[in-house]
Design a protein around this ligand. Structure first.
Ligand code: FAD
Length: 450
């Protein structure tokens, strides 16, 4: 049990998920001396990087009773960030089997597997075990009940249920599995096929079709380029461009960037805000994901409201339940791997009492100030976790853990990568101009590899 201030706590901690966040968290918790159990409903470490050809029974993800699939990886997926930027601090992402700077999904999975092996994480993981409920044993108390179910080994479809009490729970279950869908007039009556990018794997099914992809994120760009190789026409419908936009993607003859869909009709026609009207076979929603924690029962203390998980102090601790409940992996549009590494260090250090959180009231005040700042700047609630995940946030986390902030090369490589992807949407993974930064990163890595 937690002890008084300044003495070191050794806790029994549950980590939900064995993707990048969960692996990092398990490592940091164990480094601090905690006893750790990691639950993962999958059969191997790696989370979203564990590719499967399987897709969900409802391709839009609207049916809450559908058979779900965790991974959103598609066959041809390569990283959108250079490997140096994604690299963990003391475990460089050096080439394993795909030496490219933006390697394929197999290479990332292998990196995470190597990480798990190096730090003996696999022995902590209960694979094939889905957490179905996380709840405080006594309201306001500090113990947590974690209920899980594991597929029976006898093959009769039965489940083995388990119920274990922990001092603390860290939620690392990933945030790229529950589709967010765009709405437009005629959504329900339009007769074509609609799906979410979560269920996209390969382009063959779209041969000779006219496709609309909604969104202008990296998955919308990747999918549109790949599908354009087999489809007749590809149209991107984007909310973020002006209403009169209708232009070809540079270097591509059959990809158009349009403003958002105005309406879709029973005869199969789709009309854009720019006035263009086309007959469409398939609409793919590349519109991101919802934060989704169906197992979490906090009596309304932590909620997901318009994709804001809150209230959370610095996207990690709910003030009223801190430090016994925490989240690693929530920030979006961040340099995810190293940001999650710092979050996990912070959580582990706070749980062992090496680092002390502000009072509940002060954390709540900080959260409210942050929300007011977002509102004053016109940032919609649904972008709460995209707005703050910049180097300053990571350096703040590092300062809490008393470790060095982001290396200068890492910040610059990340910024250059974003710039490069917008200048060269079709070729940024194989062409760049920041060679000098790669050399700086390698020099840094040599401390760990030589
Ligand atoms: P995940 O990898 O999703 O892992 C979560 C784990 O939790 C899974 O193993 C899952 O089985 C388990 N789990 C979930 N619910 C339960 C439950 N109830 N019980 C038990 N286990 C559970 N980031 C980059 O830095 N660079 C990139 O190039 C990049 N490309 C991406 C491409 C795609 C298509 C997607 C979807 C994401 C990409 N990302 C990229 C972001 C990526 O998600 C993060 O980098 C990171 O892998 C997320 O790790 P995670 O551990 O938080 O979540």
């Amino acid at each position: 049990m937690p002890s008084s201030e300044n003495s070191v706590n050794i806790l029994h901690v549950a980590v939900i998920g064995a993707g990048a966040s969960g692996l990092l968290t398990a490592r940091e918790l164990r480094r601090e001396g905690h006893k750790v159990v990691v639950f993962d409903k999958g059969d191997e470490v790696g989370g979203t990087w564990v590719y499967t050809t399987q897709v969900e029974t409802d391709l839009l993800g609207l049916d809450q009773n559908r058979d779900t699939v965790h991974s959103s990886a598609y066959e041809s997926l390569r990283t959108n960030l250079p490997r140096e930027a994604m690299s963990f601090r003391d475990f460089p992402f050096v080439p394993l089997r795909d030496p490219r700077r933006h390697p394929d999904r197999r290479e990332v999975l292998m990196y995470l597997q190597e990480f798990a092996r190096e730090f003996d994480i696999e022995e902590l993981v209960r694979f094939g075990t889905e957490v179905v409920s996380v709840e405080q044993v006594v309201d306001g108390g500090k113990l947590w009940n974690v209920k899980s179910k594991r597929k029976g080994l006898d093959g009769d479809g039965g489940c083995i249920e388990d119920n274990v009490t922990f001092d603390a729970v860290v939620i690392c279950c990933g945030n790229f599995s529950e589709p967010r869908i765009a709405q437009f007039a005629g959504f329900n009556s339009w007769p074509g096929k609609q799906m979410h990018s979560h269920n996209y794997r390969t382009p063959e099914a779209f041969k000779d079709q006219v496709i609309v992809l909604i969104g202008l994120s990296s998955s919308a760009k990747d999918l549109s380029i790949e599908i354009s190789e087999v489809a007749k026409e590809v149209h991107i419908a984007a909310r973020s461009v002006s209403d009169d936009t209708c232009e070809k993607m540079p270097g591509k003859d059959n990809i158009w960037i349009n403003s958002m869909i105005e309406s879709a009709h029973e005869d199969g026609k789709v009309v854009f805000r720019n006035g263009a009207a086309i007959f469409v076979d398939t609409i793919i929603h590349c519109t991101g994901y919802k934060y989704h924690y169906p197992f979490l029962k906090t009596n309304g203390i932590v909620t997901v409201d318009d994709n804001r998980v809150g209230p959370l102090y610095k996207h990690v601790f709910p003030p009223r339940l801190a430090p016994w409940l925490s989240f690693v992996g929530i920030p979006l549009k961040a340099n995810a791997f190293p940001a999650f590494e710092l979050q996990s260090k912070w959580v582990a250090a706070v749980l062992s009492n090496r680092v002390v959180l502000p009072s509940q009231e002060d954390m709540m005040e900080d959260v409210n100030t942050f929300y007011s700042m977002l509102e004053a700047s016109g940032v919609p609630k649904c972008y709460t976790h995209s707005a703050d995940a910049k180097p300053d946030y990571c350096n703040w986390l590092a300062a809490q853990c008393r470790c060095p902030g982001f290396e200068e090369w890492r910040v610059k490589i990340y910024q250059e990568a974003l710039k490069n992807a917008s200048i060269r949407p079709c070729s940024y993974r194989d062409e760049w101009e920041d060679e000098h930064l790669i050399l700086q990163a390698r020099e840094d890595f040599s401390k760990y590899t030589s």
